[in-house]
Ligand binder design. Structure first.
Ligand SMILES: *[C@@H]1O[C@H](CO)[C@@H](O)[C@H](O)[C@H]1NC(C)=O
Ligand SMILES: *[C@@H]1O[C@H](CO)[C@@H](O)[C@H](O)[C@H]1NC(C)=O
Ligand SMILES: *[C@@H]1O[C@H](CO)[C@@H](O)[C@H](O)[C@H]1NC(C)=O
Ligand SMILES: *[C@@H]1O[C@H](CO)[C@@H](O)[C@H](O)[C@H]1NC(C)=O
Length: 488
């Protein structure tokens, strides 16, 4: 390990009247090279950190503000009590904020707020074991008035290795504070001049590797982050360049086979509320062998319990409309197609070896609830059995909500351009008539009560839910149209 100073000393931080065991502060991307976090396939830490940097606003003074709501469980972030022994993080008096942990990819499949971009989850879906879910980013968050979430500290950490008898605690020896300057560097990666990299990050660019990563990770700045942290070469102390040794488990071969995301597999919505399979970028090598797309209930369903399938018919990209009602969790898998003599008699071919998994279908992919203007509540559109449904997140502190929303209703509209009164009579419901949602992961968002209504309107692209405060007019929220979201 290279003595870069920051790792050398085991920093005892006497912070907020408690001693914690944080290992140090990461000030730049360069510092990420020397720690374990996110390094070996299939760990997802670097993707998480990249995602966070792109979902946090940093002002000129280094103050950080989130553009989502951690107390509502957006993107699957959840409260972390720092109750592990030893405490991985400084003890935090209540008035100083709370910790929230980002990055758990297991469970909570039905909550629309859990959706995460595929670049964070794809290694998880395409590897087995527990290594693919060890990395976490922890935020120390304070809520200012009007749902503004200020981030006072960012940490990276990881669970102890599986089978280490350390349970699910975080490992203080691999917990680091993240300086805002590191997040700023990540934010700037898409615009950096490659000629500046050797001086800024003390690494030499391997253009072949960078180009390869850029083909795979189609997200601005991510390929460069991975390249700098994992694959560039760095100078030794005397200043001459030497190649960094690739560890046995991060060979070229891994890069090519396991992170092979040049193709896309997605579930979308037909105009009849059914699942539509979309694929693209399937290489000729696979098309020549014959491949098929197979629809599954979710990532946990075993290979025999398929819901539908179709040969890709030699098409590098295409789509297939299934007759399966749309539900959260649906997943497309790419399989080899085994051709037998009986195919020539008109019988379907057999499913061969699995090649790749797309992400689970989550409600409108990235959707987080929209705030109901002027009230501590928010509205979310989701799908169940192919029908448009809505959730109301009501802050527990908003105790008078039933009185305030007595005359309020949620309408389902076939598109953004419809007028308020153009709802179909069966496609609306009083807010107070929503039923309380019973789901296990409500425990993760203790500050909210969640209410749902399942309409009889068929989900299709463009459908939208709106919250109307008074019987006529008074719109206070509208969700983005289904599947017409701005990506982020
Ligand atoms: C964070 O980074 C800035 C700029 O690189 C530096 O001045 C500051 O000392 C760092 N803070 C800590 C706690 O290391
Ligand atoms: C499949 O569904 C899409 C979206 O509803 C529609 O535009 C397309 O025409 C459908 N294709 C077929 C073959 O039915
Ligand atoms: C609103 O309150 C009035 C009485 O104050 C009641 O008659 C009415 O049914 C309530 N509306 C709903 C939708 O519950
Ligand atoms: C709302 O709930 C009340 C009481 O459960 C019921 O009588 C009423 O029909 C419901 N309203 C609608 C529009 O379904």
């Amino acid at each position: 390990m290279v003595g870069r100073g920051f790792l050398g000393c085991f920093i005892l931080c006497v912070s907020l009247a408690s001693v914690c065991a944080i290992k140090g502060t990461l000030n730049s991307i360069d510092d990420l090279r020397d720690i374990e976090f996110g390094h070996n396939f299939p760990r997802h830490g670097l993707m998480l950190l990249h995602w966070l940097a792109n979902n946090i606003h940093i002002d000129n003074n280094g103050n950080m503000r989130l553009n989502f709501n951690p107390t509502r469980g957006d993107y699957g972030i959840h409260f972390y009590g720092n109750a592990d022994n030893p405490h991985p993080l400084p003890i935090l008096p209540r008035q100083r904020g709370s910790y929230y942990s980002l990055g758990n990819l297991v469970g909570n499949n039905n909550n629309g707020a859990m959706a995460r971009p595929y670049y964070v989850t794809q290694r998880f879906y395409n590897s087995r074991g527990t290594e693919n879910n060890r990395d976490r980013v922890i935020l120390r968050v304070r809520e200012e008035e009007s749902n503004q979430f200020i981030v006072d500290e960012v940490y990276v950490t990881q669970h102890y290795p599986p089978n280490g008898n350390r349970g699910s605690a975080y490992d203080p020896d691999n917990t680091y504070r993240v300086n805002v300057s590191l997040l700023r560097q990540i934010q700037r990666l898409p615009t950096i001049n490659l000629n500046d990299i050797p001086q800024t990050y003390h690494v030499e660019i391997n253009h072949n590797i960078l180009e390869h990563l850029e083909n795979i990770w189609d997200t601005p700045g991510l390929a460069l982050l991975l390249a700098i942290v994992l694959y560039f070469t760095r100078p030794n102390i005397k200043g001459s360049w030497r190649p960094r040794r690739l560890r046995a488990d991060e060979t070229q071969c891994d890069m090519e086979d396991k992170d092979n995301t040049l193709f896309k597999l997605e579930v979308k919505t037909t105009d009849r509320g059914k699942a539509r399979i979309i694929w693209s970028g399937i290489p000729k090598r696979l098309l020549d062998q014959g491949v098929m797309v197979v629809l599954h209930r979710n990532n946990n369903s075993d290979s025999k319990s398929e819901l539908d399938r179709s040969s890709v018919g030699g098409q590098a990209s295409g789509s297939y409309n299934t007759s399966v009602p749309l539900n959260p969790g649906l997943q497309v898998r790419l399989h080899k197609e085994v051709k037998n003599w009986w195919n020539y008699l008109g019988f379907g071919s057999t499913i061969g070896e699995e090649i790749w998994r797309g992400s689970e279908f989550h409600n409108a992919n990235r959707e987080i609830p929209v705030d109901i203007n002027g009230h501590d509540a928010s509205l979310q559109l989701f799908v169940k059995d192919g029908k448009a449904c809505a959730r109301l997140y009501v802050k527990k502190a908003f105790t008078a909500w039933k009185k305030t929303f007595n005359n309020s209703w949620v309408g389902f509209y076939s598109s953004d351009s419809k007028d308020t009164q153009e709802y179909n009579t069966y496609q609306w419901q009083w807010a107070v008539n929503f039923s309380e949602e019973s789901r296990s992961d409500c425990a993760d968002i203790p500050g909210y009560d969640v209410y749902v209504y399942e309409s009889s309107m068929t989900m299709s692209p463009g459908v939208q839910a709106r919250f109307i405060l008074e019987k006529s007019g008074g719109e206070k929220a509208r969700t983005p149209p289904w599947e017409r979201l701005v990506q982020r």
